[in-house]
Design a protein around this ligand. Structure first.
Ligand code: GTP
Ligand code: MG
Length: 204
């Protein structure tokens, strides 16, 4: 799939500010600084579309980007960044809960995990919470350029083995680098295949 247009639509601090309508939405979630906003820029090939920062806690709102006028990429705030303070943490948690549990347009949730790290409690708990609430998701292992291919592969396998302790079936997973565009085609093809299946169901 080629991305021919990508435009920022709205930053929402409340659920009722998010776009109306029934266009499918593909959302990125994960710890602060894991690379959600960078991934959106990489996929769209628009380096300044989503705001990125080396300081965690940059994205505090739900950001909608309209792609090819047909579907949305959604940049969610990162979870687990305590320095934001209690009030802000609670507000962000509420936004995430609304989006993940109630947003009907959410078609696929991608959980981003840093490919360099061993399984982190906060991420495992988050995925467990998704499971408890029956929310399907896919995984993207980010920042693969920061280590060798062999190291990424062994870390990913370690992670998947850890998940197998908890899950009968592993979610679809991808490896990405926003630096050198690793995973771009695979992730876009995956989104495209879901978009196609929605079209097919609608025309039946
Ligand atoms: P919050 O908005 O704070 O939740 O963070 P985020 O998940 O949106 O992370 P962001 O995309 O802002 O990236 C955080 C930092 O990691 C930035 O300094 C990026 O340049 C860097 N980064 C993100 N993805 C990659 C990657 O694939 N490779 C490398 N080398 N750096 C990356
Ligand atoms: Mg961000």
């Amino acid at each position: 799939m080629e991305i021919t247009s990508a435009e920022f639509k709205i930053s929402s601090s409340r659920a009722d500010m998010c776009p109306q309508g029934n266009l499918p939405e593909y959302a990125f979630i994960g710890r602060s600084n894991v690379g959600k906003s960078s991934l959106i820029n990489m996929l769209t090939k628009r380096p300044k579309l989503a705001m990125t920062s080396s300081t965690p806690g940059k994205t505090l709102l739900i950001n909608h980007f309209l792609i090819n006028k047909e579907w949305y990429l959604v940049d969610l705030p990162g979870y687990g960044y305590a320095q934001r303070g209690k009030k802000m943490m609670e507000k962000i948690q509420k936004l995430i809960e609304y989006y993940v549990l109630e947003r009907e347009q959410m078609t696929c949730l991608f959980v981003l995990l840093d490919s360099r790290l061993e399984p982190q409690k906060i991420d495992l708990e988050f995925m467990e919470w998704l499971g408890e609430n029956g929310v399907p998701f896919a995984i993207i292992f980010t920042k693969a350029d920061k280590q060798s291919i062999a190291k990424t592969r062994s870390n990913v396998n370690r992670y998947l083995n850890k998940l197998k302790e908890q899950w009968e079936e592993l979610p679809p997973h991808f490896v990405s680098s926003s630096e050198n565009k690793t995973g771009r085609k695979e992730i876009l093809d995956y989104i495209d295949s879901i978009n196609q299946s929605i079209h097919n169901t609608e025309s039946m």
